[in-house]
Design a protein around this ligand. Structure first.
Ligand code: GTP
Length: 330
């Protein structure tokens, strides 16, 4: 048995108005909700049970994923009537765990696409003797993030707030939103309180001497927090840059990775679909239209001769001959 907690309770404020009706982890990228890709990846890595930590619009997840049998997983839902933050969410979901005190539990943020080899990360963590493992990535612009330096053995030495001065940029490693925690560590997080795992839990654990391994991965990583990242992440899934079992041998995926076109959509023959575009079921792309790196959502119509690039079209219609670049339409 390998248990996992998937945090999906955030409000997704940076993605409003898309997230006013659909929680961020339920937004469709690469043809499926972010959560569906994550469940499939978790299963592939050997996870047998997932507890979804829900708060905002929790009912949507129950309707979509039920008991998880469709993914070959046991899925349970933990609900916070008042959102408890990332740490509080882990603590509340943690009450449902069945693992032993020293067993590893995988914790995932619900808005991250990653190429990390999860099973290998577990092995590295196990070999290190650490109680906590933290997936880290290197970024080109560390200024925008909290930083996580490590020592020569790979153990985390500090959790630093966003740097304000050049001299504070001591590393380019940041928290990538996946953790391995022994069950007894999760049990130490206060229950029923608003707690941040990044700002409260990890710094306190480090201060109390808990060994935390930084697992630095050089592969694919994208946080889907903003509209531009959402659009890019979707295209990366279709192009195969971001791995997802849901896109392997998918009959609707064009062989060259140019587009995922669901058979229940209607695409006129003389159209251009490219750049990892997605045409969802019920969508219509009219004659002469050009769709590049774009998600054409359920029931959306792209008019004849329109050119749409890097857009997320969640609802409505793009007029004939219109030009749209990097827009969210909902
Ligand atoms: P923004 O409001 O745009 O920052 O998005 P967000 O609300 O999703 O916050 P953030 O990106 O920091 O959240 C990281 C992950 O934690 C996401 O998968 C969220 O769904 C999840 N999360 C954030 N707050 C909570 C919470 O209070 N409870 C639970 N269960 N999950 C949360």
């Amino acid at each position: 048995m390998l248990e996992s907690i998937l945090l999906v309770g955030g409000q997704g404020t940076r993605l409003r108005p898309l997230t006013l009706t659909t929680p961020k982890p339920m937004l469709e990228v690469g043809g499926y909700p972010v959560t569906a890709h994550q469940l499939a990846r978790a299963r592939e890595a050997g996870v047998t049970r997932v507890i979804l930590g829900t708060a905002y619009r929790a009912e949507v997840f129950g309707d979509a994923f039920g008991d998880g049998s469709e993914f070959g997983l046991r899925l349970d839902h933990s609900f916070e009537p008042e959102p408890l933050g990332t740490g509080g969410g882990i603590a509340q979901a943690g009450a449902m765990l069945e693992s032993g005190p020293d067993d590893p539990v995988l914790v995932f943020n619900g808005d991250v696409l990653t190429g990390i080899d999860i099973a290998q990360a577990l092995i590295s963590w196990q070999n290190s003797g650490a109680d906590v493992g933290l997936y880290l990535v290197r970024v080109a612009n560390p200024r925008a993030y909290g930083l996580v330096p490590t020592d020569e053995q790979g153990f985390v030495t500090a959790f630093l707030e966003k740097p304000e001065h050049e001299r504070e940029i001591v590393t380019d490693q940041i928290n990538a939103g996946m953790y391995i925690m022994r069950r007894r560590i999760i049990d130490q997080i206060p229950r029923g309180e608003v707690v941040s795992v990044e700002r409260d839990v990890f710094p306190k654990l480090l201060a109390s001497g808990v060994k935390t391994l930084g697992i630095v991965d050089e592969g694919y990583w994208r946080d889907l927090g903003t509209p531009a990242a959402l659009v890019k992440g979707s295209a990366d899934l279709v192009k195969g840059l971001a791995p997802s079992p849901l896109l392997k041998e998918n009959p609707d995926l064009r062989e060259d990775g140019s587009a995922l076109v669901f058979s229940e959509s209607h695409v006129a023959p003389d159209t251009e679909l490219s750049g990892g575009s997605v045409v969802m079921p019920g969508a219509v792309v009219e004659a002469g239209a050009c769709v590049r790196g774009t998600v054409v959502g359920r029931g959306v119509r792209v008019g004849a001769g329109a050119v749409v690039s890097d857009c997320y079209l969640a609802h409505g219609e793009v007029a004939d001959e219109a030009r749209l670049t990097a827009e969210v339409v909902c």
